[in-house]
Design a protein around this ligand. Structure first.
Ligand SMILES: NC(=O)c1ccc[n+]([C@@H]2O[C@H](COP(=O)([O-])OP(=O)(O)OC[C@H]3O[C@@H](n4cnc5c(N)ncnc54)[C@H](OP(=O)(O)O)[C@@H]3O)[C@@H](O)[C@H]2O)c1
Length: 266
């Protein structure tokens, strides 16, 4: 029986993916800080930013199973607001969960995957890495960093039978919208623009794809003999990314600004 570890398993995409993988006959270990009551999954309480805890959790899973076929780095968080009003603490927390968490779990899984000369690591990025979103600057940056990390890691580990893929979902309806942290002390100069921008983003997310569809695409991707290096989820987002190739960066940036930056009110 194949074995998967999914981080961020207590809600949204991670929760749905755990259920689907389990239905497909994969033994699933889910890791998140709060334990979910998902009976199809072996739920373990863990924080991806804590290297010692992750090391122990992975060691115990490998000792029991003798294999770990898939690692899905899905745990993630968002912050919003102007760069000028972002606290160092919030900056550190988003990079801690989204990038450092992905680094820690990947680093700790690799000895086991190398030992078995096989394994697939899937990192959940975002379309927001392709189109840097104003007032979600650090979310976009952290997801762009994940993409760069995945691409480089793939070349490091492919000689050991391991492959790495970044999944780029577009808007998905989950608790992510509600959990996104906004700047506590937003500056008056930005306040209205931030609120319009985040309001629009929240609306797009809540009208977004459902988690069942997103998990199906992730399952199909990991089930492929050769995973792609990158997989976008959602037809319109695939079209946007395709068109981006033919447009100057300045034009793309202007278009994103026209949607999400909003003009200063006079
Ligand atoms: N929703 C979207 O529109 C969208 C679009 C593109 C990409 N994504 C990405 O998809 C992934 C899943 O997000 P979602 O939409 O399903 O959001 P969600 O419902 O808020 O789920 C986030 C999950 O991450 C876990 N998590 C957060 N910090 C953690 C930590 N330090 N250690 C372990 N687990 C942690 C949360 O569990 P606990 O709080 O219990 O730890 C939760 O299970 C994220 O990486 C997100 O950036 C989402």
């Amino acid at each position: 029986m194949k074995v998967a570890i999914v981080t961020g398993s207590s809600s949204g995409i991670g929760y749905a993916l755990c259920n689907l993988l389990s239905k497909k006959g994969i033994k699933v270990y889910g890791i998140s800080r709060t334990i979910s009551e998902n009976e199809n999954v072996i739920n373990i309480s863990g924080d991806v930013t804590k290297a010692d805890d992750i090391k122990k959790i992975f060691a115990s899973i490998y000792e029991k199973e003798g294999r770990i076929d898939y690692l899905i780095n899905n745990a993630g968080m968002g912050i919003s607001g102007s760069v000028e009003a972002t606290s160092l603490e919030d900056f550190e927390s988003i990079f801690n969960v989204n990038l450092k968490g992905t680094f820690i779990t990947s680093k700790e899984i690799l000895p086991y995957m190398r030992k078995n000369n096989s394994g697939k690591i899937v990192n959940i990025g975002s379309v927001a890495s392709e189109f840097s979103i104003p007032f979600q600057t650090f979310y976009s940056s952290s997801k762009a960093a994940i993409k760069a990390f995945s691409e480089a890691l793939n070349n490091e580990v492919s000689p050991y039978g391991i492959s790495v893929c970044t999944i780029l979902p577009g808007d998905v309806k989950t608790n992510f919208t509600k959990s996104r942290k906004t700047n506590e002390n937003e500056l008056e100069a930005y306040e209205k623009r931030v609120s319009k921008s985040i309001g629009l983003m929240a609306k797009d997310e809540q009208n977004g794809m459902d988690v069942q569809y997103v998990s199906k695409v992730i399952y199909k991707t990991i089930n492929k003999k050769r995973m792609p290096i990158q997989k976008t989820i959602g037809f319109k987002y695939k079209v946007f990314i395709f068109l981006k190739r033919f447009l100057p960066t300045k034009v793309v940036n202007k278009l994103v600004g026209a949607i999400y930056a909003f003009k200063k009110e006079r």
